[in-house]
Design a protein around this ligand. Sequence first.
Ligand SMILES: Cc1cc2nc3c(=O)[nH]c(=O)nc-3n(C[C@H](O)[C@H](O)[C@H](O)COP(=O)(O)OP(=O)(O)OC[C@H]3O[C@@H](n4cnc5c(N)ncnc54)[C@H](O)[C@@H]3O)c2cc1C
Length: 306
Amino acid sequence: MTTLYDLIIIGLGPASLTAQVYALRYNMKVLAIGGVPGGLMMESHKICNWPGEPGISGADLTKKMTDQLAGMNAETVIEEVKSITGQKGAFTVTTRSDKSFEAKLVLIATGTKHSHLGLAREDFFYGRGVTYCATCDAMFYKGKTTAVAGGGNSAVTAALYLSDICPRVYLIYRGSELKGETAWINELKAKDNVTLISETNIIDLKGENKLEAVVLDKAFEGSAELAVSGLFVEIGAKPRNELFVAMGGVVDDFGFVKVASDMTTNLPGVFAAGDLTNQSNYFRQIATAVGEGSIAADTAFKALKS
Ligand SMILES: Cc1cc2nc3c(=O)[nH]c(=O)nc-3n(C[C@H](O)[C@H](O)[C@H](O)COP(=O)(O)OP(=O)(O)OC[C@H]3O[C@@H](n4cnc5c(N)ncnc54)[C@H](O)[C@@H]3O)c2cc1C
């Protein structure tokens, strides 16, 4: 007989992990389905703004959270979801391998995905010099010259991480100033193997079978071509809203799911939480994701009882 879950949570990032803790403590029948346990947390080499942990890797913080859930007998399926159909009281969630699960309520916490530069051969060079995750791929570029594209927190922390293992790191950004945490920016500026290249765009990628150089729209030290073995693209993220939009869900102008302060959406029985939403002043952090996850679980519990 098919199990009818009270709540199915899509995603396994911090928003989902927190929602699971709350929902399980409310004694709800919960299933979480997601691609990457820990979500984007796994890409962070060092997290210094999570209370109680002065400096912890994303992998270690994920393990602490998932260990807690394992101790609560949480049910998890590690797979991508391809569709959500049905309505409040009777949703069907189907995974890429065509497994189906039923739930009364659904919480979508699918976060965001990395933006691309949109260059002609960017896809070709993906995995051959171009990467979107410094924490995952930096070690492949140990001892090599690398570049980071972007001027926000992700780019700054990627450049910092690379500066520990690469002889030279170029940080290339469009604006005149770096944006992000002052502490990280100051640390970066103190590094003598990091070169900041401001008000500059990467307009082409060169190489035969692997990346050999990036082409800039403005010459740097006399040349528009910069020889690098790796390019880390850290230029922001887009909401992973496909499942929600396919159900007729309403998103804002940037594609973030419109939620009320209780994490309800325009679709009855469907909640959203974390980086995916337009809440928390668009401040996409672990602390805000867990806040939204806890509210969503609380609202779902109340919906179940009403
Ligand atoms: C390099 C880097 C460093 C960071 N450092 C920090 C930091 O120091 N401090 C901090 O507070 N924040 C940091 N962040 C941000 C933080 O990681 C995010 O704000 C947080 O992870 C968002 O949580 P979330 O649960 O909303 O989404 P995510 O963590 O993005 O998780 C989304 C989940 O949804 C799953 N998913 C997506 N689509 C589907 C689908 N169709 N089917 C099933 N599952 C799906 C994914 O596999 C994943 O499990 C960092 C981010 C990056 C990239």
